[in-house]
Design a protein around this ligand. Structure first.
Ligand code: ADP
Ligand code: MG
Length: 290
């Protein structure tokens, strides 16, 4: 299954979309909250109930102790999002000042995310936050650049509004170039459209010269629930956002398989050290008790 990174030009729905996709996927799924500006799911959707001992920051600390330490610690820093433990959250940073320490964490984290996707069939979604460029390249501290380089799909989340398209227009070329030169190819780049504003998918694709891989409807009550948590709104399970998110995960999977077939970009060599990640993952079930 694909590792899909979601980014934006400016806050426009990356986190809510990533949550919708993770909760809607038909497959086991993982949301890795890797926005260097700080995670919002812990305080938002989970209203502070995620234990302080869980999350990205601890993986960064583990990584500093040795090369396989992040892989070994990985499963114990995921927060289950359902009783069965099929959907998991890697909670993000609580303090953006921690982001600088993560530059060397991203490559090791990326390896583990790809093991989950390739070998355990997880749909992996990375909330990579807002893009920041420096001299036309991804900023090394303000973006999780190595995660974007290695993702199967990098989706720029846009709305169909003039403002959103104007901001996105400036990012498309540098991002495509970066993925061509340092990533898996510029074809990894696509758009996730939030259907707000006058522009339809074909117009957005044309304006940004980039395919719209999937679209999500404007659905303030479900998105609001993902943003602030609390009681799910009435009809949540059949809400437009969740239903379209399920379709979107299929469209992303199809786009990623097409890429693999067309390009035959080399399969990642299996890393035997990472086999333990999957075992520890399967040993952990639903939410921790007590
Ligand atoms: N599909 C949607 N429909 C309606 N509102 C949305 C949708 N997606 C996001 N939003 C709202 O937009 C705001 C920003 O969303 P958020 O996911 O936090 O963006 P980002 O992570 O890009 O900063 C939030 O108030 C959120 O509820
Ligand atoms: Mg966000």
């Amino acid at each position: 299954m694909p590792v899909t990174a979601l980014v934006s030009a400016k806050s426009c729905g990356v986190t809510a979309s990533a949550l919708a996709l993770t909760l809607a996927s038909k497959r086991p799924s993982l949301l890795a909250e890797c926005d260097p500006a700080g995670g919002t799911v812990r305080a938002g959707f989970f209203q502070g109930e995620v234990g302080a001992g869980y999350g990205l920051y601890h993986l960064a600390a583990a990584e500093r102790t040795g090369s396989d330490a992040l892989a070994n610690a990985f499963a114990s820093h995921l927060w289950p999002m359902d009783e069965a433990g099929h959907r998991k959250l890697l909670p993000g940073l609580t303090d953006p000042a921690q982001a600088a320490a993560l530059e060397r964490t991203w490559p090791a984290l990326s390896e583990v995310l790809h093991v989950l996707a390739d070998e355990a069939g997880y749909d992996v979604f990375i909330d990579a936050g807002r893009l920041a460029l420096s001299s036309g390249q991804l900023h090394p501290a303000l973006t999780p650049a190595p995660l974007l380089h290695r993702a199967d799909l990098v989706l720029l989340v846009v709305r169909g509004t003039e403002q959103s398209l104007t901001l996105a227009r400036h990012l498309i070329d540098p991002l495509a170039t970066e993925l061509a030169e340092r990533g898996t190819g510029s074809e990894a780049l696509g758009l996730l459209l939030i259907e707000d504003g006058p522009y339809r998918a074909h117009q957005v694709a044309e304006a940004l010269k980039t395919p719209v891989v999937a679209a999500l409807p404007l659905d303030a009550s479900t998105a609001g629930y993902f943003t602030t948590g609390g009681q799910p709104p009435r009809g949540y399970g059949r809400s437009p956002l969740l239903r379209h998110a399920r379709t979107a995960t299929e469209q992303m999977e199809a786009a990623s398989s097409r890429r693999r077939i067309q390009q035959q970009y080399p399969a990642r060599p299996a890393n035997p050290h990472l086999a333990g990640v999957l075992q520890r993952l399967s040993e952990r079930g639903g939410p921790p008790r007590g």
